[in-house]
Design a protein around this ligand. Structure first.
Ligand SMILES: [Mn+2]
Length: 234
């Protein structure tokens, strides 16, 4: 059993350095991992159409298909940049999708997985926006947008938010630890989160909190191998 957890690659163009690094990393791992667990914001923007995918993501989707063919189980927890994953993931890639969070049982451990955008409970505006965008109505309506139009609008939206230098996703460690303690109280042994772009591995009593960092500057990922969790850099 060898599971890899990764998040926050924010992939955009196949020519970009981090896109290439992620592809070659996955290629090197192909065939040797039992589980590839993606914790959201792998894509800078995704919307799940039935018969179309964004051209920029074909190289990654093809790699995921090969991983699947090699016998790797694919799991995806949706992020704040990539939700409504849709039929390409659920059917073509036979990927297990968790829209909000999930619990995995691996190596006798109960592992809580989430993107991490709901850790900060005081962020009411974001929570409301999230609820609207992820509603059943939005899931029906958003994929009616023409593919090129959706891509262009998303690029414009990204530029707006990056020009605000929004780092509100970086949370103090106490908040992450508090969130993890709540999940431990529910019976989980391990909590794995992305979103904060902050690599962190922290033992709390006999439990474990793992924050994955990102695949933009840090190329960090979580590894569960032979029953041991670790944080690695590619
Ligand atoms: Mn995020």
């Amino acid at each position: 059993m060898k599971a890899i957890f990764l998040a926050d690659a924010h992939l955009l163009q196949p020519e970009a350095d981090n896109y290439r690094r992620l592809l070659s990393f996955l290629k090197n791992q192909r065939g040797s991992i039992t589980h590839l667990i993606l914790l959201g914001d792998i894509f800078e923007f995704w919307l799940g159409y039935r018969h179309a995918v964004f051209a920029a993501y074909v190289p990654l989707l093809e790699e995921l298909r090969r991983q699947r063919q090699a016998g790797t189980e694919l799991v995806f927890v949706e992020g704040n940049h990539d939700f409504h994953l849709g039929p390409y993931f659920s059917e073509t890639l036979a990927c297990r999708i968790f829209p909000d969070h999930g619990t995995l049982e691996l190596d006798g451990r109960r592992i809580y997985i989430a993107h991490g955008d709901l850790v900060n409970k005081t962020d009411r505006g974001y929570r409301l926006l999230r609820r609207v965008l992820r509603s059943r109505l939005s899931r029906r309506l958003l994929p009616l947008a023409p593919v090129d139009w959706a891509w262009t609008v998303s690029r414009w939206g990204s530029r707006q938010s990056s020009s605000r230098k929004d780092e509100s996703y970086r949370l103090p460690e106490e908040l992450l630890v508090g969130f993890a303690r709540e999940r431990f109280a529910e019976g989980h042994d391990v909590v794995v989160l992305g979103h904060h772009h902050l690599p962190l591995i922290k033992r709390i009593d006999d439990k474990l909190l793992l924050c994955l960092g990102d695949w933009i500057e840090q190329d960090s990922y979580g590894l569960l191998e032979k029953g041991v969790f670790s944080l690695q850099r590619a």
